[in-house]
Write a protein that binds this ligand. Structure first.
Ligand code: GLA
Ligand code: GLA
Length: 688
């Protein structure tokens, strides 16, 4: 008997290949829709996200529903064995809705009321919007909940942004009242005596604004937390009918990365949001072949993001969107060179994705995305280069389908905390301006990550709510904001045998962005065996140096000045008034150890510093620029070998593997890899 608790998604044996499909733009062209079905089979696409922006096709007039076209699309895709990821349409709304219920239109931070248009821009508080989306989501769930092709729900699209309307102000004040209970508590936490900003009553509070309050960091942090909570609150309303009517259909919403930054979207706290979704999915748009970084460097950014999204729920995720060729919104929209579509897709599978989905299946004829890459171009051809690239990947994804569900065995974790990024971004100090990129928190995270990635060591990118105990090593760079819980967690981890590495900026402020009284917190003094007494910020051209071991390294941007209280000095500053003082320290604490890197350095230092921690037992070695990533399940280990360079590189296999793509055995020995080349090798686990 079929176990009804096992979702269709869990039963699905294929990796998901397909993408955003917008038949609602082509309803007047039945021959195009017929071609789509034929072409989908040709590229071995098996899954389509449908209805993302289809509200006006589904409900052309208020209360007048039209599902006929969607019935046919879903049936047609079902007929070729395809899955549907059915979207709720809240990402964009019909004109009639904005006209009848102006409250759905956002007010921006400058308190300007928006007009109808665009997308991703509804007020998250609006009762009218919540009511309308509940009605249509209920209808979608009732109509398609039992359809055999329904795989998953795709909630809205790329939730983002904020609204400052009166409804949102009221909700924000209610949120603050729940949090602080009385206004004195809030004033204390906000340090509002500063510039006479003391509030008498919650009713005086306004969301942060460039024409109003922006310097109370407790307020700006709380507002960002509220925006996440309010977005989740809206999402819960959206998903309520789906959870009720289709409890067995998993729910996802597509998250974002920030391009060209290495970090996830910063407008929401995805660590919180992840708890609300069943499967993580995200939209990946790296700027391949750009003129300012190597392919290898860009690949490590993508790897970092994939590792972050995998670690959010400690299980495989989905690439919900990627482009088979180019996008239309980068500053330069360059085509993927031959080989890159395969390489960039395998790069995601290698780090834990069980899908390669595209935006978009077919290029639209008009409007802003008519020049955005797609599987099917305006020529409607199945012979062009991009279509054939997609077809080739479809074949590969069938050959390696058994990797679905396999996991990544990481023993190293890097802590990335978006609240820390928010606080660093607000902090008026260090490097000028309020832009966090001046302080380079994400870039620093990436620099530390690369020390492991370059040696093919799997890494989890964790958020601060995660358990540390399962890791051998936890790296927490620039952890400016350290609340008491986090510090205790770090202390317990090290006491229990863990190794932690942190850097300059550690332990400055608490969760309200109030500086820890008494300076460097006692718990951190105990664990690290140091006290940070000053942080020196350098001009861009200034250089200091660090002596570490036998070598000297450049130090720039930030130099923390440190007193040791039990820690061993591993490196010292070369110059300036703190020349000769500790720059790198290590301290045994309990059964573990805590290391502190006081200065910002180049990768050469990080490579040497982390070298003793890197034990690579991979049976494959590769030249620089070739990445080897591992996934495993009970029976097998899978090796993804990827040449992220424009040159031929060599790899050496220490044993015989099964080459999954060429369906042959590969004996031990040295092999050439062509530029952008890919191998996917398989090895049975001993005893299985
Ligand atoms: C000005 C202001 C002070 C303070 C300093 C900071 O001088 O008068 O209140 O903000 O700048 O440097
Ligand atoms: C985002 C959106 C898509 C589309 C793509 C274009 O990821 O979710 O609807 O606009 O960008 O790259």
């Amino acid at each position: 008997m079929k176990n009804t608790n096992v979702s269709k998604y869990e039963q699905e044996k294929r990796l998901l290949h397909g993408g955003d499909y917008n038949p609602d733009q082509w309803l007047k062209y039945p021959s195009i829709l017929a071609d789509d079905i034929l072409f989908m089979e040709k590229v071995k696409a098996n899954t389509f996200s449908v209805g993302i922006f289809a509200w006006s096709a589904l409900e052309p007039t208020e209360g007048g529903f039209n599902f006929g076209w969607l019935d046919k699309v879903i049936d047609d895709i079902a007929e070729i064995g395809g899955n549907i990821i059915l979207a709720t349409p809240s990402g964009a709304r019909p004109a009639w809705l904005s006209a009848a219920y102006p409250e759905v239109l956002r007010v921006n931070a400058r308190r300007e009321k928006m007009l109808h248009g665009g997308r991703h821009n509804h007020c998250f508080s609006s009762p009218a919007y919540r009511e309308k989306i509940t009605i249509i989501n209920t209808k979608l769930a009732e109509r398609y909940g039992n359809h055999p092709a329904l795989l998953m729900w795709h909630i809205s699209n790329e939730y983002n942004g904020e609204c400052h309307c009166e409804l949102c102000q009221d909700n924000f004040r209610a949120w603050l009242t729940r949090k602080y209970d009385n206004i004195d508590n809030l004033n204390d936490v906000y340090w509002s005596a500063f510039w006479s900003h003391t509030y008498n009553d919650f009713s005086q509070i306004e969301s942060p604004s460039p024409i109003g309050e922006s310097g109370l960091h407790g307020l700006t942090l709380d507002w960002k937390r509220f925006v996440t909570d309010q977005t989740i609150d809206f999402y819960r309303d959206e998903t309520a009918p789906l959870r009720k009517i289709t409890p067995n259909v998993p729910i996802t919403t597509n998250f974002m990365g920030e391009v060209p930054k290495p970090n996830p979207f910063t407008g929401l706290d995805y660590a919180k949001f992840a708890k609300e979704v069943d499967i993580i999915s995200w939209d990946a748009y790296p700027r391949w072949h750009n003129d300012y970084e190597t392919t290898e460097f860009l690949a490590s950014k993508l790897a970092f993001l994939n590792d972050y999204f995998r670690t959010l729920k400690d299980k495989p995720f989905l690439i919900m969107e990627s482009t088979p060729s180019m996008v239309n919104w980068h500053p330069v929209n360059k085509a993927k060179r031959p080989g890159m579509h395969m390489l960039s897709s395998v790069a995601c599978l290698a780090h834990g994705s069980d899908a390669v989905m595209y935006f978009q299946w077919r290029k639209s004829r008009g409007s802003s995305e008519k020049l955005h890459g797609a599987v099917v171009d305006h020529d409607n051809s199945t012979e062009n280069r991009v279509f054939r690239d997609v077809q080739e990947l479809g074949e590969v994804m069938e050959k390696i389908a058994e990797i679905k569900g396999s996991t990544t065995p990481a023993k190293v974790a890097i802590l990335y905390d978006v609240e820390n990024l928010w606080a660093l971004s607000d902090a008026q100090g260090f490097h000028g301006g309020t832009e966090y990129n001046n302080k380079k928190y994400p870039e620093t995270m990436l620099a530390h990550y690369r020390a492991f990635w370059k040696h093919n060591i799997p890494v989890d990118v964790i958020t601060k709510d995660k358990d540390l105990a399962k890791y051998d090593l936890v790296v927490a760079p620039m952890l400016y904001m350290t609340d008491a819980t986090l510090m205790e967690k770090m202390a317990a981890y090290v006491a229990g045998g863990g190794i932690i590495v942190s850097t300059y900026m550690l332990g400055v402020a608490d969760e309200n962005d109030l500086v820890h009284p008494g300076g460097f917190p006692q718990v951190l003094r105990d664990v690290f065996g140091i006290r940070v007494t000053e942080i020196d910020t350098l001009y861009p051209k200034d250089r200091n140096g660090v002596t570490f071991g036998e070598k000297q390294y450049e130090a720039f941007d930030y130099c923390a000045i440190v007193e040791t209280h039990g820690a061993k000095v591993l490196g010292t500053y070369i110059g300036d008034f703190y020349g000769g003082s500790p720059a790198v320290t290590g301290h045994k604490y309990g059964d573990g150890a805590a290391y502190f890197i006081g200065a910002r350095t180049n990768e050469d230092f990080l490579d040497d510093f982390y070298a003793p921690f890197i034990q690579n037992s991979l049976p494959i070695t590769a030249q620089d620029g070739v990445s080897v990533q591992v996934r495993e399940n009970d029976g097998h280990t899978y090796y993804f070998i990827m040449n992220f360079t424009e040159e031929t590189k060599q790899i050496t296999l220490e044993m015989t593997f099964e080459d999954m793509l060429r369906r042959q055995m590969m004996q031990s020995g040295t092999y050439d890899m062509k530029p952008y080349g890919v191998y996917i090798l398989k090895q049975a686990k001993e005893g299985s």
